[in-house]
Design a protein around this ligand. Sequence first.
Ligand code: PLP
Length: 232
Amino acid sequence: MIKENMAQVTERIEKACQKVNRDPQEVTLIAVSKTKPIEMLQEAYEAGARDFGENKVQELMDKIPALPADIRWHMIGHLQRNKVKYIIDKVYLIHSVDSLKLAEEISKEALKHHVTANILVEVNVAGEESKFGTSLKEAEDLVLEIAKLPGICVKGLMTIAPFVEDGEENRKYFRILKQLSVDILQKNNDNSIGNILSMGMTGDYEVAVEEGATYVRVGTGIFGERNYKKES
Ligand SMILES: *Cc1c(COP(=O)(O)O)cnc(C)c1O
């Protein structure tokens, strides 16, 4: 089932790209495997997945050594400062940086481990109370501040759009994030900031691709519903 699901999601991403004349190579599918057992990740790997997204440090620590070494691990969940040290040299990209304090901790640990930490700044575009992420108003200053820190590279922006029945409703938020990225890049004259846009989940990834997503994070659409009671 996972193989078929991945093929279907990939096809839909390609169709969305065609619609707006984008090269599908610009979009990377992240298989969001949180709560799912190793065997299911292995199955996705065999079906071609190389980018996996997890939202908990402990789960990452358990899964990374159990799976092939060429996987790019994405930390997509809220990250506590005291846990940065566990994943700093193990993950490919941290999508969820939303404060200068967290960025400073990442910078410190990156220097200590002699790595460059690649991060995205998470923006709460819709202004939902329940969500992490910097406000739209503060996002630009935060990105420019973080970009000055050593050992850390701001590759772009990430957002988690509201949970909606119809993904179309989130188009406006994806558009805002894209525009924010364009505005920031215009002010960044030394090209130290990247143009990655991590946006779109199972319910709205096609819309996100149409609006410029370069990473989509799909869990349910690949692995099926999550059962937190049973699986966690
Ligand atoms: C769980 C999660 C996803 C995947 O959600 P689905 O709706 O299952 O595709 C994407 N991004 C983040 C940050 C998540 O926590």
